[in-house]
Structures are given as structure tokens and as C-alpha cells.
Design a binder for this molecule. Structure first.
Ligand SMILES: NC(=O)c1ccc[n+]([C@@H]2O[C@H](COP(=O)([O-])OP(=O)(O)OC[C@H]3O[C@@H](n4cnc5c(N)ncnc54)[C@H](OP(=O)(O)O)[C@@H]3O)[C@@H](O)[C@H]2O)c1
Length: 373
């Protein structure tokens, strides 16, 4: 089977994804009988490219990474896109037969506007509306509009998958969807932001806040706008996405009570460490009566708490479930390759669905026992 891709956003994640596809080509063919071909790429400032016969995405990734444009000069016959949404619609029109056969996928990896969830939500709507599946590493769609987009995906019989949005490639949403049927998630707590965990870790050892932040920026781990990490917005968006998907909540990042990390936490972090405790930016959600509430804030944890054991760039999520008690998912190493793998794993899920003519499943059912959202 061949899946064709429209890449929307061609930054760090999408470029690593393009090279990973090349590296895994033989394995995808051998193990999954799957060929993946990129037909379109659109960016904000680096132009766009389309070729029905396929683009060399890995070569284009190298060119863009070196600071070049996506296309040196626009090929004749190329239609210019006035916006990324127009580009998506146009590309789907040109590959209408592939879309009809459920083999066209939009891969969304643009930068997130934390106040609105855009432009990703508009991209997802355009793709599902035209008959393309959606795979994204962007937190925006699930954090701001999960229920509307999941309903749209079900009606269109096209998948809307976002494994890379939380904890890179470690399966969180896939775990709940595929391996925990019939289980109710009653709440969760976790360390889900890498930059702040690394910084608190460095601060408890006496390193200055700004120095630790510069290290995270140099490694390309901190968000382009680092205040999204430090002020807790990234963790709040992940918390909203997790609560919406796993607990059927209707949160947005703004509705998550939020406190980030500040320079003056250094002494608290050092003192906590000396006392055998650790200061962590903890994300949590749970029921208060029938209402789901969520919070991101620095918390001092006892040394034997699993979250207290996380060093450097490690993340973890502990799900509190009705039948299995606590389930912990620990991410010991994260980064671009892991996020790129999340996109790839979602594509393999789509290929399996299409190969077995499996219809797009309903979103997780609403919570029982009269709980309201
Ligand atoms: N980096 C990670 O490790 C990681 C991990 C998990 C999830 N994520 C999420 O994955 C997404 C991508 O991250 P990244 O590190 O690859 O970001 P990035 O390097 O900043 O790349 C963002 C890309 O989106 C493009 N873009 C922005 N607005 C656009 C628009 N309106 N239309 C078309 N293209 C647009 C940019 O184009 P220009 O370059 O032309 O401006 C750029 O190609 C983000 O949502 C991020 O939160 C990242």
C-alpha cells in the first residue's frame, strides 16, 4: 500500500520525520508492505512545493536545514498558495483519488499559538473536510478542539491521530485507545515538560536559571518561545489534551490552573534536594465532585515518588484508573527522533486501518456514573 503525505510545517520535527522515513523505507516495505510518499510541503516563510509523483523530502529537509528555501525557483505550472489552508485544499483536490481511497494523510507540525490552538485547528479541519487523514505532533488540536475534531474525523471516516503531542513517541494515547478498552481514567499526574524538568534539576545543583535555560535552547529542546515552557503553558496544553482525550473533559490550556517556574525557586529546589525531596513541575487532573479540574504547578515531592526520580530530560505520566489502579508511563529519553517516530507510528496505524478496511473508531465514550464534564 502507498500512503501519500502533505506536510504542513517543515521545521525540526518534520525534517527529522522526512529523514526517518528514508532510513526506515526498507523496513516499512518488508514489515508493513507500506510505501510512504510525500507529495506536498507547505511552510510559513520557506515557500511550498508540490509534485504528484513525489518529492525528495529528505533532500529538501537538508536544504531547508542549511537555511535555503524549499524550492529554489517555482516550477512552471505550480499554483501559488495564498495560505496554508488553501495549499491543503488544493493539494487534496489534486490527489482526490488518493483521498477517496483513504490513502492521503496531512502531517501537521506547525508552531502553536497557545491562545487559540491555531493555525493547526484550521489545518486539521481543512484536511478532514477534504478526505485526508490527520497525523500531528501539535498539542493545539487536542488541547483546544478535541471533541469537535474527533466527531468530524468519525463522520468523515478519516483518522485524527496525535501521539507526538505528549511525551514525544512514548505511547500514551495509543496505550489508552488500543490497550485499555473498557477502562475509565479517573485522573492523572505527571511531569510532561522537558525544559522545566531539566532546569529544576540543574537549579537544585546550584546552576543558575538562565544558564540552564540557555542549555535547553542550545539543544533545541525549549519551545521557540521559551516562556511557553517556563510559564507552564506547554504543560497546561498537554494537560488539557490528556484530560480531553483520556477523561472526556472539555478543557483548554486557559482553563488549567497554571503556575510555572521562576528564578526564586532555586533555594527551594536546593533545600528540597538536601532534605531528600525534589521540586518538580507537576501536571495533574482529576475529579472534584462531578467536575474535572486540572492544574500545573511546582510541587515538592517525597524522594520515593516515581516523579521525584526523573532526572534531566525525563518525563513520566501516572494514570489513575478504575480497574487497574495506577499505571505509570516513563520516558527516559525524548527528542526529535522520538517525536518523528510518533508521527510514523500513527501512519502505520492508518495503513493498518486502510488495509483491513477498518472504519474510523468512535472517540472514547463519555464518562459513566453521571459525571459531567
Ligand atoms: N521539537 C520537539 O521536540 C517537539 C516535540 C513534540 C511536539 N512538538 C510540536 O511539534 C510542532 C513542530 O515543532 P518544531 O520543533 O518542528 O517547530 P519548528 O522547528 O519551529 O517548525 C515549525 C514549522 O511550522 C511552519 N509554520 C508555522 N506556521 C505555519 C503556517 N501558518 N502555515 C504553514 N507552516 C507554518 C514553520 O514554517 P517556517 O519555518 O517557514 O516559519 C516551520 O516549518 C510544534 O507544534 C511543537 O510544539 C515538538
Amino acid at each position: 500500500m502507498t500512503l501519500e503525505l502533505i506536510l504542513v510545517g517543515f521545521g525540526n520535527v518534520a525534517r527529522r520525520f522526512a529523514s526517518l522515513l528514508d532510513e526506515r523505507r526498507a523496513r516499512l516495505a518488508g514489515e508493513h508492505d507500506l510505501d510512504i510518499r510525500t507529495v506536498g510541503i507547505v511552510t510559513r516563510r520557506h515557500g511550498h512545493a508540490f509534485a504528484a509523483r513525489g518529492l525528495d523530502a529528505a533532500a529538501l529537509a537538508n536544504r531547508v536545514a542549511r537555511g535555503g528555501p524549499l524550492v529554489a525557483s517555482r516550477p512552471s505550472g505550480d499554483r501559488s498558495a495564498s495560505s496554508s489552508v488553501d495549499f491543503i485544499r488544493d493539494a487534496i483536490d489534486r490527489r482526490a483519488r488518493t483521498a477517496y481511497e483513504r490513502c492521503l494523510v496531512m502531517v501537521e507540525t506547525t508552531t502553536l499559538n497557545i491562545l487559540s490552538g491555531e493555525p493547526a485547528i484550521a489545518h486539521v479541519r481543512a484536511a478532514l473536510g477534504g478526505g485526508a487523514h490527520v497525523v500531528t505532533a501539535n498539542k493545539g488540536p487536542a488541547a483546544f478542539a478535541y471533541h469537535a475534531l474527533a466527531r468530524m474525523s468519525h463522520r468523515a471516516d478519516r483518522r485524527f491521530l496525535f501521539e507526538g503531542a505528549v511525551m514525544d513517541g512514548v505511547p500514551v494515547f495509543n496505550l489508552a485507545r488500543e490497550a485499555l478498552p473498557g477502562i475509565e481514567v479517573l485522573g492523572f499526574r505527571g511531569v510532561v515538560n522537558t525544559t522545566t524538568n531539566y532546569m529544576l534539576n540543574a537549579m537544585e545543583q546550584g546552576q543558575a536559571f538562565d544558564e540552564a535555560l540557555v542549555e535547553m535552547q542550545a539543544m533545541g529542546v525549549a519551545e521557540a518561545d521559551a516562556s511557553l515552557d517556563i510559564d507552564g503553558w506547554d504543560a497546561a496544553a498537554k494537560t488539557a489534551a490528556l484530560a480531553n482525550v483520556l477523561m472526556d473533559a472539555s478543557l483548554t490550556p486557559q482553563r488549567v490552573e497554571r503556575r510555572g517556574i521562576t528564578r526564586d525557586l532555586m533555594h527551594r529546589a536546593i533545600d528540597a534536594r538536601r532534605a531528600g525531596r525534589r521540586l518538580k513541575l507537576v501536571a495533574r487532573a482529576g475529579y472534584e465532585g462531578s467536575k474535572i479540574t486540572a492544574r500545573v504547578a511546582p510541587e515538592e515531592l517525597p524522594g520515593d515518588d516515581l516523579l521525584a526520580s526523573l532526572d534531566g530530560q525525563q518525563n513520566a505520566l501516572i494514570l489513575h484508573t478504575d480497574l487497574l489502579g495506577e499505571i505509570a508511563i516513563v520516558q527516559r529519553s525524548g527528542g526529535l527522533t522520538q517525536t518523528a517516530y510518533a508521527l510514523l507510528s500513527d501512519l502505520i496505524t492508518i495503513a493498518r486501518d486502510v488495509g483491513t478496511a477498518r472504519a474510523t473508531p468512535q472517540p472514547r465514550p463519555r464518562a459513566p456514573r453521571g459525571r459531567s464534564r
